[in-house]
Ligand binder design. Sequence first.
Ligand code: COA
Length: 169
Amino acid sequence: MKSKTPSESLTILTDLVLPSETNPLDSLFGGELLSRMDRACSIAARRHSKSIVVTASVNHVAFNKAVPVGSVLTVEAKVSRAFYSSMEIFVDVWMECLETGKPEKVNEGMYTFVAVDENGKPTQVPPILPETPLEKERFDAALRRKQLSLVLSGRMAPGEATELKKLFE
Ligand SMILES: CC(C)(COP(=O)(O)OP(=O)(O)OC[C@H]1O[C@@H](n2cnc3c(N)ncnc32)[C@H](O)[C@@H]1OP(=O)(O)O)[C@@H](O)C(=O)NCCC(=O)NCCS
């Protein structure tokens, strides 16, 4: 299968934070943010694989900064690495400053999606060829994150997680 670059799957969703999407402190409800991230990741995974895709796991999400009601929020997702049927999608979240329009990074996350056929059976996806230094950094660390996710979900024995073990050597 021919390799594809992360930018070929780039997905950008921009939307307002409405009052119905906030918590009692008038900032964006965590579940709403996860949903926006999941949608952007799903589109990125679909663009990369040209297949039906399903969320296999949410590997990490950092809620670094509260997002007030009325904010303009941009969710930017790209495939960071592809394995056989699974893909890691890295998602960055930016809040637009009202006065300057400048984006401020408020959140990031990593999701795993799997490409499946019409019967839900995992199918092969194209490999990823990272281009920029950040894409290369995310590509290199993705196998470690995949092994951690597999260990935490009981799909891999800790002793088989070679990339994780290297961290402690
Ligand atoms: C995700 C799913 C397709 C995996 O199917 P499966 O029959 O267990 O298939 P496999 O064990 O071969 O796993 C398929 C791939 O997913 C990866 N995977 C599965 N669970 C994972 C997890 N928790 N973390 C990271 N990768 C995972 C496997 O490592 C494998 O990757 P690879 O093919 O790139 O090596 C299946 O569990 C499923 O359909 N889950 C429900 C998905 C869903 O409903 N999501 C929410 C709505 S979209």
